[in-house]
Design a protein around this ligand. Structure first.
Ligand code: G3H
Length: 394
C-alpha cells in the first residue's frame, strides 16, 4: 500500500504528523530549499521522540554534487537513527560517483535518492542507484515556485517511473507541491509513498506551520492499512466518515454519473496500412455510474476523479498502435471499471478524420462485483499502461 510521508521541521510538527497518522515522518526544513536539512542533533532528538511509532526520514540538505561532501553528510545523518536518508541528486557528470560514494553506507542504512522533475537526467539514472544499493528513488520538484509534479511529468511517465523502480527492486516515492486532487491520480500508479509539505499547511504555504485539518484531509485520501481482523466486523458508515470506502454499495446511497466529454487526442489507430505510422484525432466520451459515499460531497475523498479517466485514456493511447476502435473502447471501459466504485460505464470512441463526420463505436459495460472487490483489495489504485522506458525528463 502507498504510504503518506509528511515533511516536518521540528518536534511540534512531528507530533501533529504522528496524531494525523502519517506513515513516514520526514525531517526537513522548508526554508532551506527543496531538501533543506534540519540540524542533525534535532533529528536525533525527534527520532528518539517518535520512538519507532512511525518510520522516520531525514533530508540531507541541498548538497553539492561532490562525492566526499555527500558521503560525509550521509554518514553524519546515519548516526541519528533515522530510518531513511533522502539525498538530492542534481544532474551532473559526478552523479554516479556521488551515488557510489555512499554505497558502503547503503549496506546498513536505507538511502533514498531524490531526483527533481524540473531537471533532466540520463535514461539509465535508476540503474545507478540500484547498483549502488539504494533502497529507493523519489521524484520531487526543486523549484517550488514553478509548478506541481504533474505539471512537469505526465501521469503516464510517473507510472513508468514507478514500474521502472519496482523492476529494479527500488521503492518509489512521489512529491512536488502536490495538492489534494493529485492524490487519487498518483495512487493509481501504486507508488510506495507520496510526500507532502505545502498541502499540509494552510493555504498550501509550505513555509508556514503544519495545519492539523489540512493534514487530516490529505491523510484521509490515502487508504491506511486496516488490521487483518477488521474485515469481519467492518462498520461501513464509520469507515466512510473517516474517508475509507471498502464497499460503497453497502452504504445504499445509489449512484451519480461522472463524465468526460469531447476529450480529443491524437491516436495511432486503424486497420488500414495508410493508418499505420501516423496519428489521427479521436474524440472520447465516457460516462461512469459511481456509487455515492456521502450525501454531502465536500472533498476529494467523496468523489471518483474524472482526471483519472483522462489519465487512463492518455496512458492507453500512449501504448502505441491499436487496430480497432472497439479494442480501445473495451480497454477504456475495463480500466474505468477497475475502480470498485464504478458500477457501469459507457464509452464512445470516435475517429474524427475518416469521414465527413465521426465514425466509431459506443459500448456499455457493467461492473462485475466479484472483480470489483478483488480490484479494490489488490491495490486501492488503478492505472493504465505502465510500459516503456525513460520516465524521467532526459
Ligand atoms: O518530501 C516531500 C516534500 O517535503 C514535498 O514538499 P512540497 O509538498 O512542499 O513540495
Amino acid at each position: 500500500m502507498t504510504k503518506m510521508l509528511a515533511s516536518v521541521r521540528n518536534r511540534q510538527e512531528a507530533e501533529v504528523a504522528l496524531q494525523i497518522g502519517a506513515d513516514i515522518i520526514d525531517l526537513k526544513e522548508p526554508s532551506r530549499g527543496a531538501l533543506g536539512a534540519v540540524e542533525t542533533k534535532e533529528i536525533a532528538e525527534i527520532v528518539a521522540f517518535v520512538k519507532g511509532r512511525r518510520l522516520t526520514s531525514a533530508a540531507s540538505g541541498d548538497l553539492p554534487m561532490d562525492a566526499e561532501a555527500v558521503r560525509a553528510k550521509v554518514e553524519e545523518l546515519a548516526s541519528t537513527g533515522v530510518d531513511f536518508i533522502k539525498i538530492g541528486f542534481l544532474p551532473s557528470e559526478r552523479l554516479a560517483d556521488c551515488a557510489t560514494a555512499v554505497s558502503g553506507i547503503a549496506a546498513r542504512q536505507k538511502l533514498v535518492a531524490v531526483l527533481f522533475a524540473d531537471h533532466m537526467y540520463p535514461v539509465n539514472v535508476l540503474d545507478v542507484f540500484a547498483e549502488a544499493g539504494f533502497h529507493g528513488v523519489m521524484i520531487d520538484t526543486a523549484d517550488k515556485t514553478k509548478g506541481r509534479l504533474l505539471q512537469h511529468l505526465s501521469t503516464d511517465r510517473i507510472g513508468t517511473f514507478v514500474a521502472d523502480c519496482h523492476a529494479r527492486g527500488l521503492t518509489s516515492g512521489l512529491a512536488g507541491s502536490l495538492e489534494a486532487p493529485d492524490v487519487p491520480r498518483l495512487l493509481a500508479y501504486n507508488p510506495d509513498f507520496i510526500g507532502f509539505r505545502g498541502a499540509l499547511c494552510s493555504n498550501l504555504e509550505r513555509g508556514a506551520a503544519i495545519d492539523r485539518d489540512a493534514a487530516l484531509k490529505v491523510r484521509a485520501l490515502i487508504p491506511e492499512e486496516q488490521p487483518a481482523d477488521t474485515q469481519s466486523r467492518v462498520d461501513y458508515k464509520l469507515l466512510a466518515a473517516r474517508g475509507y470506502f471498502p464497499d460503497a454499495s453497502e452504504l445504499g446511497l445509489g449512484t451519480d454519473k461522472i463524465f468526460v466529454r469531447d476529450f480529443v487526442l491524437p491516436v495511432e489507430i486503424g486497420a488500414y496500412s495508410f493508418e499505420h505510422g501516423k496519428t489521427q484525432r479521436m474524440r472520447f466520451d465516457v460516462t461512469a455510474d459511481v456509487l455515492r459515499v456521502t450525501r454531502n460531497p465536500e472533498d476529494m475523498r467523496h468523489v471518483v476523479s474524472y482526471d483519472i479517466i483522462m489519465d487512463g485514456i492518455r496512458s492507453l493511447v500512449a501504448r502505441g498502435h491499436v487496430e480497432l476502435v472497439e479494442t480501445l473502447a473495451e480497454q477504456i471501459a475495463a480500466f474505468v471499471l477497475e475502480n470498485p466504485r464504478v458500477t457501469n460505464v459507457v464509452v464512445r470512441a470516435e475517429k474524427l478524420e475518416l469521414g465527413p463526420g465521426g465514425v466509431g463505436v459506443i459500448i456499455e459495460r457493467k461492473q462485475d462485483r466479484q472483480n470489483a472487490v478483488r480490484a479494490g483489495e489488490r491495490s486501492g489504485g488503478q492505472a493504465a499502461g505502465r510500459q516503456g522506458q525513460g520516465a524521467l525528463p532526459s
